[in-house]
Design a protein around this ligand. Sequence first.
Ligand SMILES: C[S@@+](CC[C@H](N)C(=O)[O-])C[C@H]1O[C@@H](n2cnc3c(N)ncnc32)[C@H](O)[C@@H]1O
Length: 472
Amino acid sequence: MIIIGDDVDSIFDNKASLHRIFEIKDLGSLSYFLGLEVISIDDGIYLCQAKYASDLLTRAGITDSRIKSTPLEPNRRLEDVRSRNLFFSDPYLNSMPVHMQTLHMVGGLGETSYASNSLIQREGVLKTQPILEEAIMNVYGNDLSSCFRLADLGCSSGPNALLVASNIIAIVDAISHTLNRDPPALQFFLNDLFGNDFNSIFKALPDLYKRMEQEKGPRSRPCFFNATLGSFYGRVYPSNSINFFHSSFGQHFLSQPPKGLKKEGEEVNKGNTYFTSTTPPAVYNAYLKQFKEDFNVFLKSRSEELVPNGGMVLVFFGRDAKDETKSMITPWALVGIVLNDMVLENIVEEAKLDSFNFPIYAPTIDEVKETIEAEGSFSLERMELIKYGWEAGLITNNSNDDGELLVDEGTKGEYIAKYVRAITEPLLKAHFGESIMDPLFIRYKNKVAKLLEVQTLGHSILAMFMTKKCLN
Ligand SMILES: C[S@@+](CC[C@H](N)C(=O)[O-])C[C@H]1O[C@@H](n2cnc3c(N)ncnc32)[C@H](O)[C@@H]1O
């Protein structure tokens, strides 16, 4: 029991009368209550939740993050939370890590947008279609519910989100036909982070509905689209609510740049934006550790949200352990090489470059397998490593009979620089400022073109299908 009052004598009398009736132990002045620290001073009391906040940070594993002061305005009036939309009106409650607030692909439909520069990902979605077909056959084939719920995690704002949805609709239709079943209603949940341009997707929906109606006529069946905002490194959906998860080109994005890349005030990954042949092993280890932590949380969250026998297809950038991984050129490390040139030209501050590390990690098959096994909720049914050139997806009329592109290195360099910009610009802009974006990507384009004159540049992607284990 806490007794509060401004009359010390009355408090004393109260305690004495309680003591006559009950056996009580007086714990003295209040210092902690339900995680609140209480400090009494002459003209009042201070309430402080420092310990609670520090416990929360420890639990989330973000104790070495940068501290930023966000003081409440003095004399701020508290009001009834039911009377307003807390989430959108209170900046103090938007407590996502800074990088999660900046991470998104370039929105809209403009020249530098993700929508106009996502053919490389489209190529990956098309190349991994057989895995998607097998997975839906397995999951939908064993599900008799009248509504099949699917979520596309990290859908972004380009045409690929609805390409995936229409592929899935076609696959479910074909399977229903083969199994002689009425197709179910489909409910799609499109997920991405808060900065994502969902408007562009929803504006494209009427065209998709029209196409479905033209193709299926009266047999066209209900298909419902929803948006669910939030990080997939945590819970996004209610327990046992989703039949099937799909995610393309999402899980190589980490929840934050790796922890521990600053030791005793010194940046460990100086002059680089990713790990390369010249970075110390500690950098690679920090990246791997962050990936494993994030992917573990991802799997745990999805296993809660999937219905029994639910399944998941993931496609993301990986790397081939057989390649000389550390000397392999990656689009993310190449940004660092170009930024180094710009440091030498006095366009970019060296310290700025030293403190920037992409929150991206492309794992090997074994690293992914180990994490899935250690987490334990999923059975890995199939996993493949697929390779294609950095210029894959480039549309041109010039190709030879073997499908080889007959375009110059400059054109390829421009295509590649544009899609790397559409993915990385919001992160780079937040750290280096907008003014260096054009000069950076002009140099990037030239650097890629030069490299392509002497070598081929290849992406490795990992595509996997897993099902939720049913533990009885
Ligand atoms: C390269 S885009 C891929 C978009 C689309 N799936 C495709 O294949 O073209 C990656 C998307 O994942 C989103 N993303 C990255 N981390 C995320 C997270 N933790 N939670 C939700 N979305 C995330 C990004 O905002 C981005 O829109």
